[in-house]
Design a protein around this ligand. Structure first.
Ligand SMILES: Cc1cc2nc3c(=O)[nH]c(=O)nc-3n(C[C@H](O)[C@H](O)[C@H](O)COP(=O)(O)O)c2cc1C
Length: 410
């Protein structure tokens, strides 16, 4: 029995990951921004929503299947884009994508991945989405989009909540940079984690060299000087709706906007031709003190849930969290850190374990709530007296309509 088999929940996988990867890297993945108010709030908010289960329903046949953009998926989950998956494990992006394909859920590759998008597409299969950070030179970004199209990615996820990097002071203290460079502090950190030093860093050094952003154009990839993680970015703060309209023109497949928290922005994204919005606060990593996506979800689902697909992420650690979001109007839930902990703990096997934990937890929550399908999860199954009081009345009728739409789609 491998160590990941002894992980019974996502917190167990996190504990294994904590021991396996250098502290600087673990903190980069695990922590939030500034005082981490949003990071804690993302979790705390789930406790304000409780289930109001139905009983004596024959739930002996249960299905977690959902349909996204006309395609069936075996679970209501999507793996979120995370730039450092390839530092958790050698070619960690491939491990994650294979685990996702095996579980029948989509995987999203980040612009800032350590493995090139073409390699992931060739090695992994399954449903692949590509996440885009726009660069100041729009023509370079458009070339990246062309590459994603040529490599067969089915959806483009444009991230709009990271126009400047979050203020993550621990990265400065830990001296962790991309491209990776050695400092006295992180050499000690790495030496204390020999399995990571040989199994991850060592394997890159003997194959492709120092871990780098492999999707970046060659000259830039080698020109970027190392900066603390998240601060050496090429992202642009001049991103606007015009950029989204321009992307809509050149991208023929599904287009999603990630990092929406305001219903008006969700509506504008739909007006610009987006096929979906991802309600997200980036896992509490960018703007501290921001609203939790779960709090923003009912109003956004009410505003655009019948026009476009509404996904949500940030802080989901249990199947019960996923069920609550689905009942509040989400069509699917993205997970970021849970599968990163898994891949750090045991590569592809660890990522599979993280997904399997969610699968069994969602299944149990469905049965105990008297639900046979995801479409059967509605606001009727929730008790949330202090939650979204202002929007509750306005949202409730909308959600009823949305439920019908969800049932039809699923
Ligand atoms: C280590 C790490 C790297 C991330 N990199 C990206 C990225 O490159 N692009 C992006 O859109 N989101 C990125 N995210 C945000 C995730 O896509 C997602 O919104 C977030 O992780 C969800 O919260 P959770 O980790 O609590 O599930 C990153 C998150 C983490 C933890």
């Amino acid at each position: 029995m491998g160590s990941v088999d002894r992980a019974y929940n996502i917190a167990d996988l996190r504990n294994i990951a904590l021991k396996r990867v250098p502290k600087g890297l673990f903190e980069f993945v695990d922590r939030g921004t500034e005082d981490e108010v949003s990071l804690r709030h993302n979790r705390a908010v789930f406790e304000r929503i409780r289930f109001k289960p139905r009983t004596l329903v024959d739930v002996s046949k249960r299905s977690q299947e959902i349909t996204l953009f006309g395609k069936r998926h075996k679970m209501p989950l999507i793996i979120a884009p995370t730039g450092t998956a390839g530092l958790m494990w050698y070619q960690g992006e491939i491990a994650l994508a294979r685990a996702a394909a095996d579980a029948g859920i989509p995987f999203t590759l980040a612009t800032g991945s350590m493995t090139a998008m073409e390699t992931v597409a060739k090695e992994a299969g399954g449903t692949l989405w590509f996440q885009l950070y726009m660069w100041p030179d729009r023509s370079l970004s458009h070339k990246l989009v062309e590459r994603a199209k040529a490599a067969g990615y089915e959806a483009l996820v444009v991230t709009v909540d990271g126009v400047v990097p979050g203020n993550r002071e621990y990265n400065l203290r830990n001296g962790f940079t991309i491209p990776f460079t050695f400092t006295r502090r992180n050499i000690t950190d790495v030496l204390l984690h020999p399995r990571w030093m040989f199994g991850v860093l060592g394997r890159y050094l003997v194959t492709t060299g120092m871990p780098r952003y492999q999707n970046y154009p060659t000259d830039i990839k080698y020109r970027i000087t190392a900066g603390p993680m998240g601060r050496s970015s090429m992202r642009t703060d001049s991103l606007s709706w015009d950029d989204l309209r321009a992307l809509r023109k050149i991208w023929p497949h599904k287009l999603l906007v990630k990092g929406i928290l305001h219903p008006q922005d969700a509506t504008t994204a739909a007006d610009c031709g987006a096929d979906g919005v991802i309600v997200s606060n980036h896992g509490g990593r960018n703007l501290d003190g921001v609203i939790s996506p779960i709090e923003a979800l009912p109003e956004i689902a009410d505003a655009v849930g019948k026009r476009v697909t509404v996904l949500v992420d940030s802080g989901f650690r249990r199947g019960s969290d996923v069920a609550k979001a689905l009942a509040l109007g989400a069509h699917g839930v993205q997970i970021g850190r849970p599968t990163l902990y898994g891949v750090a703990a045991g590569g592809e096997e660890g990522a599979r374990r993280a997904i399997a934990i969610f699968r069994s937890e969602i299944d149990r929550v469905m049965a105990l709530n008297g639900c046979r399908s995801i479409a059967e999860f509605t606001m009727e199954h929730l008790h949330a007296p202090d939650f979204h009081l202002r929007a509750a009345d306005a949202v409730r009728p909308g959600l009823k309509l949305l439920d019908t739409a969800k049932a039809a789609e699923r």
